[in-house]
Write a new protein. Sequence first.
Length: 532
Amino acid sequence: MSYEHTSKRVGIYGWGVVAPGARDVPAFTELLQHGRSALKPSTKPELGPGLFAVGDPDFTFSDYADWIAKRHGASYVSRMLAKMSDNVQFALGATIQALDSAPALEGLIRELDDQCHVYVGSGVGDLPESYKAAASLSRATREWNHFWASPAHCTERRRFQSEGTVPAGATLPPDPAGLAVDTEARFEASGVWDAFWASRSAELRGFLDQFAAVEKLTSDSDAEEDAHLHAIRKRLREHRRLVEEVGCPPPPWTSVNPNLLWNIQNSPSAQITMLLGVHGEAWAPVGACSTFGVALRVGREAIVRGDARMAIVGTTDPRPDPALAAAFHQARVMPGTGEVNRPFTSLRGTHISGGACVWIIGDAEWCEAHGLVPIGGYVDAVTIASDAEHIITPSKTGPKRAIARAYRDAGITPDDVAVIDLHATGTPGDLNELALVEEFINPRTRITARKGQLGHGMANSGGWELTAMALDLGHGSASPSGVAASDLHPRIPHREAIVSSTAVPLVGNVGVKLMLGVGGITACVVLRAAKS
């Protein structure tokens, strides 16, 4: 759907940032003004300490505890700390910052209730919580199988031990006893060996029958108001009694922390609605590295259609995860030199980061009639296109379609563009990006790229970079990117337009942001400074 020439303007009235080297927007602004990089070598042993530069967000949940406790009580804060992992906590912190952008914001949003939508997504989800659950399940399963595979708890195994009889129709896996002690091969073979025998344990089947019988227990008095709670407690007691009586380890299905459920993709959006007591549409858009653009588009469309007056949009991703860094490195898009590789320079790759970015956008006429002032200008267009060519390397066709539609919807031409911020990951793709935007800029347009300062937050980069661009448009100058002109790659075109280690005045009040997501998801955003 296109909103070309729409008369309804959408403004930015609040924002919050949790980023490497920046716990809030003032710190973020200061980092940008000095052109510093917040990336540092990881100390994680899995990453060969010192080899990979990453962006660890500056965040402490206690910064927001009083704010939350004043509205929901200290127990609510305790629950947040016990049940909610980084993705939710980062998103709540950035949202509270955004609400504090103007005194009237929180009250207006609460009054709007279901006329305020929430769209906060993640690029990769809560990977650490998923890993913890997988590790717990794997460890518990090994212990469980080992118990039920032992001759004492498996009749078939006892028969094999005493008579050498293999279960009918079965092919015996390799016996780990024949492999060297303390080797990975023996460890893996032991797991397969135990699983084989446990699956044939009549004693285990007896235990499972008893467990299922306990699951069917009800409350002693179904007429009681809390009968279902009494029944749950009764079943838990009986489960514990059964495990103690048999002497087996806790079953694997009891080993996974339910926090895995409380931190799924839509949890940040859901928790924001609970924080504010609003009932509008709330879910998690996901578009890889273009997620912020996708969230912004969905929120803007809801406002333009009249389904919402305001929307809380944004992204959140966990702290730099070793497995994700390893995947990036194996995809040949993350260097293992220990040094920061800035866009347009050596083209060796990018650096992963965690954190959050949240904006509060709204119907400009309604918001400003209620006393709000745009702090980041206006979102004149957001478009999305698919690459339809390659999972990582962007084509020109998809992004060009997104840019051309964004210009049409915003009613601008290349001559209007003061600054364009590229996705620019410090890979050979930077050359492609510079080539595809040639027809969308003018000789005065400045080109920025900030992943050398903030890193590549899988979902957050677009939001951080858009916030930086909005700040720059408001100041009338592009803040330094820290890219030294002398370090630019020899094949980089438009060298004179690239903002390097000094601030550069901007000619005009329109900025364009390009986001290129893994899988070929392109987002293009057009911002206009509020002073227009």
